[in-house]
Design a protein around this ligand. Structure first.
Ligand code: ADP
Length: 252
């Protein structure tokens, strides 16, 4: 079933979504449709609602108004988790476990196997995923003994082992050393070229304008939704942030 999504069905479809954790809305009247094979980057300053938008898209939060659909199901009822690979900012908590890279990637197969038992074909998929992300040589290493960039690659490999056709990444290169960042984005781009839909939340405007097909600029509302080139030409940044410097100077 890998990457065999119906090309006419949106992967993500948010329609006129409002959401607030309290009475203050943090997402307002947001509509966003991501089609199979797209590479969409969501940009905006800290607190602009990017992570919230992602949680709404994945059904982890429910809209106060409007609708959220994931692979043509109401997002909160979506139950085919293997289709979605999620890479968190600074892979932490789960990475404190004393397990190897191969074991992490193996977990990606769990939705596809019975009783956690992988057969030869499953292991072949695990190995291929490790190779795709360039982590085969590190398969036996503890996940804790990796650089930030290597760890993020391992989590991408886990998603690939699960045959995810959507990758959602929340500022995946925070804490990744500068030389590895470009290679990381090249990997994402090649996965997208192979048909995987990518939704990337990102601070680093240089990275997204270089790699993403489409940019959504958010600050509670959508200020821009279009190509990277059009985004660079537009005044969306200025409008969304008051000052263009805000987003660039906003790195943690
Ligand atoms: P971003 O990802 O762009 O930094 P977030 O979606 O994390 O923005 O946050 C948007 C707003 O919602 C911020 O004002 C933030 O403080 C608030 N917020 C985020 N998560 C929660 C939460 N779990 N409970 C209450 N407020 C939250």
């Amino acid at each position: 079933q890998t990457n065999s999504a119906d090309p006419s069905t949106p992967v993500i479809e948010l329609s006129e979504v409002d959401f607030g954790y309290t009475s203050t809305p943090v997402v307002e009247d947001v509509s966003l449709r991501v089609d199979p094979g797209e590479y969409v980057a969501v940009v905006g300053p800290n607190g602009s609602g990017k992570s919230t938008l992602m949680r709404l898209a994945l059904g982890l939060l429910r809209p106060d108004r409007g609708t959220a659909r994931l692979f043509d199901q109401p997002a909160h009822r979506f139950d085919d988790g293997a289709r979605v690979g999620y890479v968190a900012q600074r892979a932490s908590a789960s990475t404190e476990m004393p397990i190897t890279v191969r074991e992490v990637v193996k977990m990606g197969r769990f939705p596809h196997v019975r009783f956690g038992r992988l057969d030869e074909a499953d292991w072949a998929i695990v190995d291929r995923a490790l190779e795709t992300v360039g982590m085969h040589a590190f398969a036996g290493r503890r996940i804790t003994n990796l650089s930030g960039g290597q760890r993020q690659r391992a989590f991408i490999a886990r998603a690939l082992a699960g045959e995810a056709d959507l990758l959602v990444l929340d500022e995946p290169t925070v804490g990744v050393d500068a030389e590895s960042v470009e290679a990381f984005y090249e990997l994402l781009e090649s996965l997208n070229d192979s048909g995987i839909t990518v939704l990337l939340i990102e601070h680093d405007l240089g990275a997204v304008t270089a790699h993403a097909d489409r940019i959504v600029c958010l600050n509670r509302e959508v200020y821009f939704d279009g190509t990277a080139d059009a985004f660079v030409e537009s005044d969306a940044l200025g409008r969304a942030f008051g000052a263009a410097a805000a987003i660039v100077g906003d790195r943690r």
